[in-house]
Design a binder for this molecule. Structure first.
Ligand code: FUB
Length: 312
């Protein structure tokens, strides 16, 4: 059962976990591309929201997303759906009928929450490029106000923002390859020219970047089509903009039932976790995905042990 509560912000839905199931984390809708963050002792997950395309609504057989929800949990078991936070019809620069609200991210800085999302730019003819926009809120669950324009100088998908210890913020995104740049203090503009990040595998689509730092090592993690479907890989550097050196695989392609995989990595209560997705609630259609989480471990030398998905 689901418990719905009306609040000043929107419809909140508390999703009780069943007694034993851990994965998938969310069962009241399809979710994908989970960007997990820890804010004030709770885990907030900002996923894509897959729906089923129909004639006249998205491209049948393809990804179809019109909005975003945010979910939170204090224990990674009981999740609250805080409701819709941004919709394609609220973004002034985005095509309001493109159904292309792909993988987002959210970070906290100077008392504000900055939500980064890709969407199709309206009015650019047949090319239909993706841009990346920002919506700003005072709370991690909104209300979020989308900026009037997308980030200038960025075309691509899968935004990820990394806040370094010195307070410098970096934006990463993908457009076939992975790009990165410094963000200005306002979190809304690039401070440097976009650049590629070093010695990543040169063949095969790389997307979904996620950056984190541990013990002075910067980890650039990303899905890569090394063979037929995506696997999660990582590269390391001593600097957030590289050059990065390829290190290995975090999750094999054979571990996933989807063509895509997309992830984030957090430390919560002294345990590292990998958030990723599969198609648990839609076994026969891998564009209707569901998010999962599993523990992640480091070896003594800083390398990442491969994660094997668990369902319970
Ligand atoms: O969810 C749509 C796209 O699929 C994402 O942007 C990619 O990372 C892949 O997961």
């Amino acid at each position: 059962y689901l418990l719905h509560l009306f609040t000043g912000i929107g419809l909140i839905c508390i999703i009780p976990a069943s007694s034993s199931a851990q994965n998938p984390l969310i069962t009241n809708q399809f979710t994908a591309d989970p960007s997990a963050r820890v804010f004030d002792g709770r885990v907030y997950v900002y996923p894509s929201h897959d729906i089923r395309a129909q004639p006249g609504k998205g491209r049948v057989g393809w990804f179809c997303m019109e909005d975003y929800h945010v979910f939170s949990s204090a224990d990674l078991t009981n999740w609250t759906d805080h409701g819709m936070i941004v919709s394609q019809t609220q973004v002034p620069w985005a095509d309001p009928a493109a159904y292309s609200m792909w993988a987002p991210d959210c970070v906290f800085r100077n008392g504000k929450y900055y939500f980064y999302f890709p969407a199709t730019v309206k009015g650019e003819g047949e090319r239909k490029p993706f841009g990346i926009g920002v919506a700003v809120a005072d709370k991690p669950y909104g209300p979020f106000k989308p900026q009037a324009e997308g980030i200038q100088g960025v075309r691509g998908i899968d935004p990820n923002v990394f806040m370094d210890k010195d307070g410098q913020a970096y934006l990463y995104w993908s457009q076939g390859n992975i790009y990165g740049a410094k963000l200005k203090e306002n979190m809304l503009e690039l401070a440097t020219e976009p650049k590629t990040l070093g010695e990543l595998p040169d063949k095969g689509l790389k997307e979904g970047p996620y950056m984190f730092e541990r013990a002075g090592i910067y980890y650039l993690t990303y899905p890569h089509v090394a063979n037929k479907t995506e696997r999660l890989e990582y590269a390391t550097s001593n600097s957030p903009l590289g050059p990065f050196t390829f290190k290995g695989v975090i999750m094999d392609e054979s571990a996933s039932g989807c063509w895509t995989n997309h992830h984030s990595i957090i430390n919560f209560k002294n345990q590292w976790y990998l958030f990723y997705h599969d198609k648990d609630l839609s076994p026969s259609f891998d564009k209707n995905r569901s998010i999962r989480a599993d523990s992640l471990f480091f070896e003594k030398d800083g390398t990442i042990r491969k994660v094997m998905p668990t369902l319970r």
